[in-house]
Every structure is written in C-alpha cells, then in structure tokens.
Write a protein that binds this ligand. Structure first.
Ligand code: LLP
Length: 418
C-alpha cells in the first residue's frame, strides 16, 4: 500500500515507512517536502486505465511539481507533459518525455521559448490569442520549420472554484474567444508552410469537484472541432485541459478517472470518438502524495488562543495565504486530536497562517502539512531570507533521491553580491 497513512502507533507514514525515519534517512532537517513516487505512479496507472483503448495523451501539468524524480517517474509510464515555459520544456525533455508528448501553453511565450518548442518538434504550441499566430508563423519561417499548433479556446465558462484559478471565463486572459476561432484558423491556413493546425484545446480552471463543468467546456471544444472538420480540415486531437480536484479533507471530489470516462463518452456522443483525447492533470497526479514536514519552534498562549509557531511558512507553501486554501496540519508522530492550535509560520505577514488544527493538549515536536505535493515547492520563494526547502523522493519505502536546500549561507552570499 502506498501514499500517506497512519501506522498502528498513529505515526504518519508513506505506506509502511514512518515519515520521521525517511527524514532521518535523507539526512535533512525541516522544512522539507517528501513525495511518495509509488503513490504518484499508482495515480497515473488509474488514469491510464480509464482511457481503455481510446487514443489519448496524459500531458502532466509540470507546473504542479517540476521535480525531475516526479517527471521521470511519470515519463516512464508513458505520461507526457504540459509545459508553460522554456525551462519547464527543458525539464520535460531532460526527463525523457518525448517531444511528441509535450504541449506548451502560455499567454506570453517569449521568442526564445517558441523557437525551442519549434526546434524540439513538440506535439503542439497551444496558441492563446489570434495575435500570437503571426509571430509563431514568423519564428517557424525563420527556422524553415513547420510548427505544430493548436488553438486554446476560452469557452466562456464560470467554474465554482477560487477566482485565482478560474481561467475559462470572459474576463480571463487565457485562450481565444469562441467568436475569434474562425479568424484564427483563417490565419493558420494562410501560412501552410509555417503552421500545421493539429488540435483544439481548453483549460477551464483548477480544483473541479465533478465532471459537469469540465464537460461544459469540453462541449465548446467539440463544437469548434466539428466546425473545423466541416471545412474538410483534419484534426489530430482535442485537449480538454486539467483541473481535476483532490480532497484536501474538507470536501470529497470525484476521482480523475471519472472525468476521463465522462470526457470519452462525450467525445463518442459528439461523433469525435476517433480523435486523440489529451488531458492535462497536475494536482490530481501529485497533490495528495507530497507532504511538507515542519518543526514546532515555539508555542504561545495569547488572547485566549493557543498558537503553534512552525519553521515552515508561506514562503514554503503559499496556497493558504494566496487562495485561503486548506491544508491539514497534524502531529507527525501521533494521530491528530485534542486541543486546537492556531498554526502559523515565521514570516512577517499576518497571512502566514495555516489555520486552527487539533495538535493535542501538548505541542508535538514536528507536524506534517498534508496534500502539499502540487503547487507547494513550485510556488515557494525565499522571502524573509528563508532558503527554499529540501525535497525528498521516496520509492519502495526508501529514500530514492534528495534535493537539498541551498541553505541560508548561500542565500546570504547571493544577497551580499547583489
Ligand atoms: N493546463 C493548464 C493550461 C493550466 O494552466 C493548468 C494549471 C493545468 C493544466 C493543471 O491544472 P490542475 O490539474 O493542476 O488543476 N496554483 C494553484 C493552481 C493554479 C493552476 C494553474 N494552471 C493552486 O495552488 O491551487
């Protein structure tokens, strides 16, 4: 059995192995991210199985967790990548993801990023504006290459998620408005030596709880796909994006496989069953299988409240401060329960606050912040002179790899040099 669980003593584990002993084996202190590579692989297997025989590509949204160990583990299972920068593209390629399994999104790709994507021959550059088309065509022309492109559609759909992670509505900067799609195709078709229009995509936002909203945006893509084919143009794929939610302990969500099965059903019903279906999950593959370990530095009682000050802060995990997101904070060595403590980090901001958690009548030495595998380390910063945390990758109950924190001394040196 893989993934986060409690053993009979109540100690937090990955599978059978206590996280505390993994930390000791890795030889790192706190704060540190730990990832269960086996649980991530299990997650990918379940998603792959949901596709059955249908032509598909799972393009893992690398931004969720860019660690080479994670991207390599997924690449070994045949998973591709959705990247949003030249640097993410290099990570995907460097981890062995074949170029034909990589899609690149982004509203403001630099010329260098476009050039690299064209040279690598990726599956598709996802175009996010009509205005971008001429620039990509010019870069392809200059390189004497034909760029594979798709149109990222803004379907005009509102999702029931935090405003910061909704991307498919009329006020969002992402994608091409439905009304502009035929002009976009016209421009692509006018540059046949430079551009090859291969697909249609969308990504409506993150933390979807169940399939209906996903299908609403997918339907907009299907409509556009049928219109394109009615003009006797071929399409290789439709890409319905990522956004499958995970359960942070507050609200259950449907498993990602349910989204995939519903999407395949829709494609068949729309008469598009032979097209390759691309999905771009980030959080759903890694979110539940990474944790952030922290030490309690200080307890305090004030204003009738118990405070627990820990050595991980909003610089290490910004989701609570940025999205009012909830991450369970629990004692590392015993099950949660008993008195509640307000858990806060060391950063000089009131939003450096992880909320009230049942840590017990006495404070534990260490705590675990759960479900931190996605958008945890990748959004970390060095604010307040706090170096990036270590990352520990676990496979078969052992430490497979450690990426050490650059440390406070390196941080100080760099700032002195600046
Ligand atoms: N595809 C595109 C084009 C995206 O922009 C994203 C995420 C994904 C796929 C993957 O979405 P996922 O399956 O992980 O929901 N930092 C926020 C999430 C921002 C998501 C940005 N785009 C958070 O911590 O909740």
């Amino acid at each position: 059995m893989h993934g986060f669980r409690r053993d009979e003593r109540g100690a937090a584990c990955f599978g059978e192995t206590p996280l505390e002993s993994l930390l000791a084996e890795a030889g790192v202190g706190t704060p540190a991210y730990l990832y269960d590579l086996d649980a991530i692989a299990d997650e990918a297997h379940a998603l792959i199985a949901a596709f059955g025989d249908a032509p598909h590509l799972i393009a893992y949204a690398v931004k969720a967790c860019t660690a080479g160990s994670v991207v390599r583990a997924l690449a070994r299972l045949g998973v591709g990548a959705d990247v949003v920068s030249g640097a993410e593209l290099e990570v995907a390629l460097g981890c062995g993801v074949p170029p034909e399994k990589i899609v690149m999104s982004g509203v403001a790709k630099s010329n260098d990023e476009v050039d690299r994507a064209i040279a690598a021959g990726i599956c598709a550059i996802q175009l996010e504006s009509v205005e971008e088309i001429a620039r990509v065509a010019a870069r392809a022309g200059a390189a004497s290459r034909r760029a594979r492109v798709s149109l990222r559609l803004n379907p005009g759909v509102e999702i029931d998620s935090h405003a910061h992670v909704a991307t498919g509505h009329d006020e969002a900067k992402f994608g091409i408005a439905k009304d502009d799609v035929s002009e976009a195709w016209r421009q692509i078709d006018a540059a046949p030596s430079e551009l090859h229009g291969v697909g249609l995509s969308t990504h409506v936002g993150s933390m979807l709880h169940d399939p209906p909203l996903y299908l609403e945006s997918a339907r907009a893509v299907c409509d556009a796909a049928r219109a394109r084919r009615a003009g006797r143009h071929t399409l290789e794929f439709v890409d319905f994006g990522g956004g499958f939610g995970i359960d942070y302990g507050k609200q259950p969500v449907r498993p990602p496989a349910d989204f995939v099965r519903a999407a395949l059903e829709l494609l068949r019903a729309e008469g598009l069953g032979e097209l390759r279906l691309i999905v771009e999950p980030g959080r759903a593959l890694v979110g539940a299988h990474g944790v952030l370990l922290a030490s309690v530095l200080q307890g305090k009682r004030a204003h009738g409240r118990r405070w627990a000050m820990i050595d991980a802060g909003m610089n290490d995990l910004i989701r609570p401060a940025l999205y009012a997101a909830w991450h369970r904070v629990e004692p590392l060595e015993r099950a949660p329960g008993g008195a509640s403590w307000r858990v806060v980090g060391p950063v000089c901001e009131s939003s450096d606050d992880f909320g009230e958690h049942p840590l017990g009548d006495s404070l534990p030495e260490r705590v675990v912040l759960r479900d931190a595998g996605a958008y945890g380390f990748t959004m970390a910063s060095e604010y307040n002179g706090r170096p990036l945390p270590a990352e520990v990758f676990v496979a078969a109950g052992r430490v497979a790899r450690v990426s050490r924190s650059p440390g406070a001394t390196a941080w100080t040196r760099r700032r002195l040099e600046a």
